[in-house]
Design a protein around this ligand. Sequence first.
Ligand code: CDP
Length: 801
Amino acid sequence: MSDIKEMSLEEREATLGGIGSARKRKEDARFIRGQGNYVDDIKLPGMVFGDFVRSAYAHAKIKSIDTEAALAVPGVMAVITAKDLEPLGLHWMPTLAGDVAAVLADKKVHFQNQEVAFVVGADRYAVSDGVQAVDVDYDELPVLVDPRKALDADAPILREDVQEKDNVGQGLRRHPNHIFHWEVGDKTATDAAFAAAAVTIKEEIGYPRNHPSPMETCGCVASMDATNGVLTVYGTFQAPHVIRTVVSLITGLSENNIRIVSPDVGGGFGNKVGAYPGYICAAAASIVTGLPVKWIESRMDNLSTTAFARDYHMTGELAADETGKITAIRANVLADHGAFNTHAQPMKWPAGFFNIVTGSYDIPVGHVEVDGVYTNKAPGGVAYRCSFRVTEAAYLIERLIDALAQKIGVDKAEIRFRNFIQPEQFPYDSCLGWEYDSGDYPTALKKALEAVDYEGLRREQKEKAAKGELMGIGIATFTEIVGAGPTRNCDIVGLGMFDSCEIRVHPTGSAIVRLGTKSQGQGHETTFAQIVATEIGLPSDAITVEEGDTDTAPYGLGTYGSRSTPVAGAACAIAARKIRAKAQKIAAHLLEVGEGDLEWEVDRFRVKGLPERAATMKDICMAAYSNLPEGMEPGLETTSYYDPPNFTYPFGAYVCVVDIDRFTGEIKVRRFYALDDCGTRINPMVIEGQVHGGLAEAFAIAMGQEIVFDELGNVMGASFLDYFIPTTVETPVWETDHTVTPSPHHPIGAKGVGESPNVGGVPAFTNAVVDAFAQHGVMHMPMPHTAWRVWQTIDELGLNK
Ligand code: CDP
């Protein structure tokens, strides 16, 4: 009702800082000043510390554990072993995948660095001395490292605890080292298409074991208040509510007596989704000692024991006609899950969403089989910047389509245009069971090719080849499936994968927004406020976003697999719309008109045809607590639980150009252009940050990262000396771009973006490297593309002579 002419429409819109605005990240004010509040910053009165005695062996029987010397170390208060946890039923824990995992090794160890005992003491030094003093006597057993040998008749049996079970949570199995068999598609039709095909290709394509390696390792502070019976756990949790439910199920504590708090989290990337022995042992130790117990992982512990990613050994095949139009796809995958099946996928999907392996292409039939196996390695198989095995699937199809192009001599961009799902085919039902919501792949690739002058690059490549120089151009036109997910498709321990948002608007026109997700660096405090700002017309600056405390946030399934925007972002918009609907009633009351006489404009309701008569959102906020229509409850608050009708399908077109030194094998990334389409863009600057970070990780994976094991199961990549983490010195310069194809079912049309650069980046790198050797008949080169490995290819081909 007040002064509506003070600012233009555009100025009012800009003041809100809503959807589309490249606002600086609110949370960075504390991060760049070193004032974040991470788990290791938490210090509670009387707090003690715990750490693990870990196994030196990958597979061995435990003959005895002697704790006497450790208990004699000054400051050591307790040494907990599986025997101590057994009476509490805590020596094993259920996994998210329906298996069980040892909390502390029970009679035997299954992988190197497995947790054997938990030493609790007054300070970290005492605990470290105590860990050294524990004497464990082992009897070594034969070690199983190679997943290809896991199902051999004479393979060592790893899991005697489940040896007799024909199902360890994800369907029938056929060998004591077998975890699951999963298949999808039409085998008969696929076999027939292959039999009739003019061209077929078949490639063995591995995606090595790597590790999310977040900057902050995992850790927790568990504090049992014996007086009121409440267990509080501060931890590095990507999904705090799920952890609360799992802790309740494991310990038998009533869920209302458990409070889980994720303070600031320094990167997650899937590594911080599951439950680890450290959490259980710290909680048990706090219950026993009555003191708060802190456990913080070292870098080596993180790399060698907490959840790894990938480790997919894939055989991929394409059938096509003579023009390169794909007629069928077939994939056979061996998944190495390590010692326990602790991978974090929605329950019904033992191989995650690997059946998105059809990618951006219109493929009429397909068949996919995946078998999971146990090996003597750390357990895991998490969605590292990936929506549940999408990364592996995208890598396979993007490699295969390049191989097909090479085989039939068609340009690698052209073969993609020939196979793309066309814009008018959306919503598109893939032969492997997904309904792609929207996309425009040809436009994206055309834009990418023009931006890099693709034809010019191909000319240059030819000229260089004539001089014996190696230059490669890699294209990846990937499609993802993110936003797990519709509860009909997706659950975790039976919990549907919805998400939630609660909004409380205060009388003076500010608000607090709480969500079931948890940012680990993605900028949720900024971007979720932007959604609410646009929807209810209050400035982003006046909106506080809070996540991570189960006592205050509504129940949600957490943040991973780029689900925050598709699911919680939608909950945010829907909750805000409920607020706006009530605000409209209040506005009608204030303006003494019918609700239908009002129209929304940026930050106010106006009377249709009488623009000078309006109620601003600020006026309405105060009225919600002071001047309401007859019979209306006071307040302006609501909660939305959002169960998405479908996933969202972001996509991209990436081009990578490399020059390879034919004497050293060294690769120089000359250019990397990344076009992403994540639908409506909430904050272009945050998106760019996500893309830069994801591309740096993709570069690391493609060029150097691999967790390898020797034949005794010794882990060879457990420190940053051995495991490649690129710095700004090695990291290429990124060029980013976008198109916008909104999701038709998301309330604001947004799709996820966080994982796209990792999903699309890795195949773009490999495709560029292989492309440099294509003229010499090379169809595939295994990652990581270290100079040594590349040099070996050069040497075999005699290109360095
Ligand atoms: O689940 P997670 O936060 O890791 O991934 P996401 O949903 O892809 O979002 C990552 C960040 O990018 C968040 O801050 C989003 O709000 C932002 N984003 C955006 O600004 N616009 C989009 N269309 C998608 C994400």
